[in-house]
Design a protein. Structure first.
Length: 187
C-alpha cells in the first residue's frame, strides 16, 4: 500500500526543507500533503519548546531548554498542519552519537493530532535520514514501548546497550531513577 512510502529528507535543494507527500494518510483518510515533514528551522524553536515541554510537564519525556534546541536544531524534523497555518503538530530528532549509531529523541505529537499516523511517518523520515548518513543502528529511550515495538524496535536491557549510549545519561534528571525503556532498531 502506498501509505507506507515516505519521501527521504531533502538533499542539496536550497531552502527546500519541506518534503511534500501526496499519498493518503493510512489512519483517517486525510491527505498527508496537509501534514508535510521538513527539517526544523530556528524560527520553530518556540513551538518545539511548547510541544516537547508540554509532555515533559506530565513526566512523559525529558524537558528541553531553548539552548538545547537551538544547539541541536539540525537534529529536528517537524510535521506541520497546513490547514492550521503551518502550526507544528509533531516533532522528533535524530542525534548521531557515533559512526554507526544514532538516537531518536524528543518525539512528540500534539494530543489533538495523535492516532493519525504522524508518529510513524516521522520515525520513518528519521530512519531514512539515518540511513542516508550511514547510520546502522537506531536506539531510543522511551516510555512508549508499544509504539516503537510496532515500528520494529526491540527492547534491550541496559547492559545490552553500548556504553556510548550512556555518555549523556549522567546529566539526565532521571539518572538515578530512570523509568524509560531502551529500544534498538538495526537499519
Amino acid at each position: 500500500m502506498a501509505a507506507d512510502y515516505i519521501e527521504p529528507p531533502p538533499n542539496d535543494a536550497p531552502d527546500k526543507g519541506r518534503v511534500e507527500v501526496t499519498y493518503p494518510d493510512a489512519v483517517n483518510g486525510e491527505s498527508a500533503a496537509h501534514f508535510p515533514i521538513r527539517k526544523a528551522r530556528v524560527a520553530d524553536v518556540q513551538e518545539l519548546l511548547e510541544l516537547v515541554n508540554g509532555f515533559a510537564a506530565q513526566n512523559l519525556m525529558l524537558p528541553r531548554g531553548p539552548q538545547y534546541i537551538f544547539e541541536n536544531i539540525r537534529d529536528y524534523a517537524v510535521i506541520s498542519d497546513e490547514a492550521a497555518g503551518g502550526r507544528i503538530v509533531a516533532c522528533g530528532s535524530l542525534h548521531v552519537l557515533w559512526g554507526d549509531m544514532a538516537e531518536i529523541r524528543s518525539m512528540a505529537i500534539d494530543p489533538d493530532y495523535q492516532h493519525r499516523g504522524l508518529g510513524r511517518r516521522l520515525v520513518a523520515y528519521l530512519k531514512e535520514e539515518a540511513r542516508q548518513l550511514g547510520v546502522k543502528s537506531l536506539f531510543t529511550f522511551t516510555l512508549s514501548e508499544e509504539f516503537f515495538a510496532r515500528l520494529g524496535f526491540t527492547r534491550r536491557l541496559r547492559d545490552e546497550l553500548p556504553p556510548k549510549v550512556w555518555s549523556e545519561c549522567s546529566r539526565c534528571p532521571k539518572y538515578f531513577k530512570c523509568d524509560e525503556v531502551g529500544m534498538v532498531l538495526e537499519i
